[in-house]
Structure formats: structure tokens, C-alpha cells
Design a protein around this ligand. Structure first.
Ligand code: ADP
Ligand code: ZN
Length: 628
């Protein structure tokens, strides 16, 4: 711990020039000591009045890239953000840091809006958040023309992409900003990694000549794990109980029905779980989102309708109970975990039924043949990621044209090399069972035939007379499903969505059937998640690092944060992030100088929250003196 806080000494003698200096703002307003990655270069570009296009993964620190130049330049920074519901939280977080920020949207009454407009015109605002539809109203554009503006920040810029699922027609018109406000620098920001979207943003927002900043899309603090479904409820329960006690997380399901039933089941198991999907009434959705943000340890069970712009920094896990449609979607959804840079886990459980369901959806989806072909390709890439036996992160990043120098050491295949077995014989049994029953039946029936089951369907089609009847009794139905799934993913088998999901052989089967090719497949884990017990507690559970002696103080720090947040009607992380509390726990600051040295505490937060936290720490000082 440093004796004196360098920023404090600077501030004592600071003139007007240092107050407008980006580094000074970083320390005093936001309480951080160093810029991350491209932040400094992006900020200088904007401060110099030039445009920028910023691609940075979720949690990379995009907000500071426009907040600091808005503070450093004269005038008000205009932030265009698609999500009205989240503006309030962003503005509250800025106010807690002592920034004069506001938002204008339809949730405000006439008088309130009027007040904000006049504050803007009087030059009293440093940052103003607007939804695109509001910005584009002629009235608003006129208003902005009369104000002094420092910059335009276009957040979630991938909303201009007509190919993505977040498309907003209003975003297309944002190119008008360039014509109307040629002297105001613009920055567009997104966490979408793929090249096509990037080019589209540059073209549509007239940012082709802007400086482009493309960060690495790696999220090293997220542990990626993909496991075959064998008993999803038990797998999920074990994951939550052994690794994620008391943590906030998101569980994605494909259908609304499954969202509801999963949330209900988790509630019965004693978890603080809430459903979220587009079929719920708007107030219910808003309330659930509010609780997710404000309460601690809420599990949101949701369809993909939940997510974009969820700024909650301390989401400790994202679990998928169904297979996402593409790697892009998977990466975006898992990226919502661990924005605060603390360890987080992305867990995906997938099974044969997912493969069948999604193949069917791709085949039945509306649109041209070309569109279907692309959907199919995206799905195949996703399935490929599930079945690989090498580093998941390398494969993920390679998909986004980024090459990692080494295996990551923080994904399931790196942590525990997947076991494989010689499945040639089993695969041949399965292939001939499919072939002999005429390639007209789905997996369930084919597996019944292999396992010699006595079902009505077997008798009806006389399949108990087939030479393949009962030749697979040495393996469980679950094991047969795993083999089937892997053969589909690897292209040996096809699921015909136009014929009741019948399994069919492809050309690729020939060499296997002729005995010219051997097949190695992944071994099906016998019990769910043996991995979980092997992992150290570094990842996951936010309180995992807290020792038994420290626990009372840790709980007290969190309780104090909660009560301060409730008094102000803001989420706890607006007061302090977990990482800040954790640093307090280990550094035990005794005075304001030491408090300022904690990451995430700037001048304004020190003034607002410093005293109560110092008092609490003092209270515990005696009890913990043996600790030091
Ligand atoms: P993004 O919008 O890119 O997802 P945010 O702007 O929300 O990311 O930043 C993610 C987290 O990182 C926030 O908690 C933020 O306060 C923190 N952060 C950003 N820049 C820095 C920095 N230079 N030093 C320390 N923490 C930072
Ligand atoms: Zn890895």
C-alpha cells in the first residue's frame, strides 16, 4: 500500500489544465490509476476532435472511452443508447462519481425534460443520454444545435446491422449527425466481434475514415465449459450449489415455456430465480430486470430477449440449457458474465435433442435457400465448438479471426483433457441399425432397436426381426444418444427435418462401414460434472476468496453497501463494485488517503461513502488485529 495517494498531491496544486487532463479525470473521478488497452489512444483521438470506431469486448471498458473525453472537452457529450431502461443506472453511476449527467427519454414528464433541456443550454451538463428515436426528432436536433457539444457516442453500434438480431431502424439515420454537426467528434462502440458487422457499422455510420480500434476479444476471466446433457437439472443444481452459491447469474433457455418451468423449479429449490421473456407483461419484465440489477444474487432465467446492454458488472455465471444458434450468439451471451474482470463461468449443456431441434429450425426457417444455408453453417460451427477436443477459447477466437499464442488453461478441455475411445464398432452398429430400418426413423426408435426394447413401434414395424435388433445392449440409451449426437455433428449422419427427423446416412459413412476408417469419440462422463469438484475455488463464488476470519467483515461491508444503495435507490454496484470491496477487505484503509488508493474510489465516492466505510473498518480493527 502506498503511503500517499499521488493524485491527491496533484489535486492540491492542480490548476485548470490538469483538471481537464484525461489521466487526472481517470484518477479523481473514476478512482482508477491506469488506462486499459486502447482506452488512452481512443480518448486522445476524441479529445483531438477526431472520429473513432471502437470494437472492444464486453467488460473491456468502453464507457470511459467516451465519458472521459466528454469531461475533458468543453460542452456536453451526447450518448446514444438503445435501452431506455438502462440509461437511469448509467446516469446514477456517473452521478455517484460526481459527474453532472442526465438522460432524456419518454419515461420523463414534461417538466423534468424541460429542466434538463435548459440545463443543457446553460452548459451545466457533462453527459446526456438519449435514445436514437428521441435524438432524431427535429425538436431534439434543434435543441442540440443550440447547445455546446463535446462529442457524440453511439453505443451498441451493431444495432445498425440489418443482419444482427439487435437491428434498430433508427440507428440507420444516425449518419445525419455527421452532416448536421460536422465539427463534433463521433465515436461508435460495439462488443460485436465479427468482421462483416464491423464493416457495416463503418459504412452506415459514415465512419470509414475514422480511426478504428479493434481490441482482442478474449475474455480471460471467463471460464468456458461445454458439457453433454445427461441429467440437466442435476447438472445445473450441482453447478449452482458447489460453485455459485449466492452469486448472480443468467440461465438461457430456448423457449418461454422452459424459462417459466426452470425458474419455478429453481424457486422450489430455494434459489432467488426470476423468469424473463418477451411474452411477459412489460411491467413484469421491468420489475424482474430491476430486481436482477438491484438485489444481490438473483438468477435470471431468460430467453435471448434478455441481455443486450445489461450493464451489471458482477454477473458470475451464464449458463445455457439449450444450444445457442451460432457462435456469435453464444459469445455475446456468455460475454455478459464477469464484466468486472473477476472470475466468471460460462456453462453450456447440450444434447442430441438440441441438435435435432436446431437442425429443424434451420430447415424450416423462412427466407431464401442462401439464408438457410448460412443458418446451417452457423449451427454447424456451433456444434463443432461443442465437440472439439482442443482448447475452446482458441477455437472461439479463431472463429473471430483472432489467433491465441497458446492454449488458454481456463476452459474445460484445457483443465481436463477429454477422454476419447475407439467407437468404430459402436458407430457401425448404429449405422446399420439406421440403414436396415430404412432411414425413416428418429434417434429414439433406432436406439430402441439397438437396445432390443419391446415397444409397440418395434413390434408394429417388425423391427424385432432385424439383424440389428438388440446388438447394442452393452450401452445405455444415454451413451447411444451421445454417439448419435457426435456422428451427426461430424457429418456422418443427417437429421432429415422434412421427414420426422429421421436419421440418415451420408456418404461419409462408407469408409467406416467398409472398415477403412476408425472413429475416436469423446467419452460420455459417467456422473455429471466431476469436473466441478476438481476446480479450485478461484473462479465462481464471489466470496470464495474470503477466509473464515474475514467473513464477518466481508458480510458487514456488503451489508453497508446494500443499505447505502437502498437509501439512494441505486444498485449496490453503483456504490462500489465487488472488486473495490475486496480490496478494502485486504488493504484495510484507515484514513481517506488510504481509501483513495483503493481502485474504484475517486473524489466523489470518497466524499459520499468514505466515512461510513472507514467507520466500519475501524469497528473491526480491534477484532482483526491478529490478522495484520
Ligand atoms: P463495457 O462497456 O466495455 O462492457 P464498461 O465500460 O462497463 O465495459 O467497463 C467494465 C468495467 O471495467 C467497469 O466496472 C469499469 O468501471 C471498469 N474499468 C474500465 N476501465 C478501467 C480502468 N482503466 N481501470 C480499472 N477499471 C476499469
Ligand atoms: Zn483452453
Amino acid at each position: 500500500m502506498t503511503e500517499s495517494h499521488p493524485a491527491l498531491t496533484t489535486s492540491a496544486f492542480a490548476g485548470a489544465t490538469s483538471a481537464g487532463n484525461p489521466h487526472f479525470i481517470l484518477e479523481h473521478t473514476f478512482g482508477y490509476t491506469e488506462f486499459r488497452g486502447d482506452q488512452e489512444a481512443i480518448i486522445s483521438t476524441l479529445v483531438a476532435g477526431d472520429d473513432a470506431l471502437v470494437l472492444m469486448p464486453t467488460g473491456g471498458g468502453k464507457s470511459l472511452c467516451y465519458q472521459i473525453p466528454a469531461l475533458a472537452r468543453p460542452g456536453c457529450g451526447i450518448v446514444i443508447s438503445p435501452l431506455i431502461a438502462l440509461m437511469q443506472d448509467q446516469v446514477e453511476a456517473l452521478r455517484a462519481a460526481g459527474v453532472s449527467a442526465a438522460f432524456l427519454n419518454s419515461s420523463l414528464g414534461f417538466d423534468e425534460a424541460q429542466q434538463i433541456e435548459s440545463r443543457l443550454l446553460r452548459g451545466e451538463l457533462e453527459l446526456l443520454y438519449l435514445a436514437p428515436e428521441r435524438l432524431l426528432q427535429p425538436r431534439t436536433l434543434d435543441l442540440l444545435e443550440r447547445a455546446e457539444l463535446s462529442l457524440f457516442a453511439i453505443d451498441e453500434a451493431h444495432c445498425v446491422s440489418q443482419w444482427g438480431h439487435d437491428f434498430r431502424a433508427d440507428y440507420l439515420q444516425l449518419s445525419c449527425l455527421h452532416q448536421r454537426f460536422p465539427e463534433v467528434p463521433r465515436v461508435a462502440l460495439t462488443a460485436t466481434a465479427d468482421q462483416r458487422t464491423r464493416r457495416e457499422i463503418a459504412r452506415r455510420l459514415d465512419l470509414e475514415s475514422a480511426r478504428h480500434f479493434v481490441s482482442s476479444f478474449d475474455r480471460p476471466n471467463i471460464q468456458y465449459r461445454i458439457a453433454p446433457k445427461n441429467n440437466p437439472k442435476r447438472q445445473l443444481l450441482q453447478f449452482l450449489n458447489t460453485e455459485q452459491q449466492g452469486n448472480a447469474g443468467v440461465i438461457y433457455c430456448l423457449s418461454r415455456g422452459k424459462v417459466e418451468s426452470t425458474a419455478e423449479w429453481l424457486q422450489q429449490q430455494g434459489f432467488n430465480a426470476l423468469p424473463y421473456h418477451a411474452g411477459l407483461a412489460a411491467q413484469v419484465r421491468a420489475e424482474h430486470q430491476r430486481r436482477f440489477l438491484r438485489e444481490e444474487g438473483v438468477i435470471m432465467v431468460a430467453t435471448i430477449a434478455f441481455g443486450m446492454g445489461i450493464d451489471k458488472p458482477d454477473v458470475r455465471f451464464v449458463a445455457h440449457l439449450d444450444l445457442p444458434k451460432s457462435i456469435e450468439a453464444y459469445y455475446q451471451e456468455t460475454g455478459r458474465a464477469g464484466r468486472d474482470g473477476e472470475p466468471a463461468t460460462a456453462l453450456l449443456l447440450y444434447g442430441l435433442e438440441d441438435v435435432v431441434k436446431l437442425s429443424q429450425m434451420a430447415a424450416m426457417s423462412e427466407g431464401s435457400e442462401e439464408h438457410k444455408r448460412q443458418e446451417r453453417q452457423r449451427l454447424d460451427a456451433m456444434l463443432g465448438l461443442c465437440e472439439i477436443t482442443s482448447c475452446r477459447r482458441r477455437a472461439l477466437l479463431r472463429y473471430f479471426e483472432e489467433e491465441l499464442a497458446a492454449d488458454c488453461g481456463n476452459c474445460d478441455t484445457c483443465l481436463e483433457a477429454p477422454a476419447t475411445w475407439d467407437a468404430t464398432d459402436a458407430a457401425r452398429k448404429l449405422m446399420s441399425a439406421i440403414y436396415r430400418s430404412g432411414q425413416r426413423f428418429g434417434a429414439a426408435h433406432v436406439i430402441d432397436v439397438l437396445r432390443g426394447a419391446d415397444t409397440e413401434k418395434v413390434r408394429q414395424f417388425g423391427h424385432d426381426k432385424l439383424s440389428t435388433y438388440g446388438i447394442g445392449t452393452d450401452m445405455s440409451a444415454n451413451e447411444w444418444r451421445a454417439i448419435t449426437r457426435q456422428l451427426v455433428v461430424r457429418g456422418y449422419l443427417r437429421v432429415n427435418a422434412e421427414a420426422f427427423n429421421a436419421l440418415q446416412l451420408t456418404e461419409q459413412c462408407r469408409p467406416v462401414l467398409r472398415g477403412e476408417e476408425a472413429l475416436q469419440l469423446r467419452t460420455l462422463p459417467k456422473t455429471p460434472s466431476t469436473r466441478a469438484t476438481k476446480r479450485d475455488t478461484r473462479a465462481g463464488d464471489a466470496s470464495a476468496e474470503v477466509s473464515v476470519q474475514e467473513q464477518p467483515l466481508w458480510d458487514a461491508l456488503r451489508a453497508l453497501r446494500k443499505s447505502l444503495a437502498e437509501e439512494r435507490g441505486v444498485p449496490p454496484y453503483v456504490v462500489f463494485h465487488d472488486a473495490t470491496l475486496r480490496e478494502m477487505l485486504s488493504a484495510r484503509p484507515r484514513n481517506t488517503t488510504e481509501m483513495l488508493a483503493i481502485s474504484g474510489i475517486g473524489d466523489s465516492k470518497l466524499a459520499k461513502f468514505g466515512e461510513p466505510f472507514l467507520a466500519l473498518l475501524r469497528e473491526f480493527e480491534g477484532e482483526l488485529s491478529d490478522h495484520a
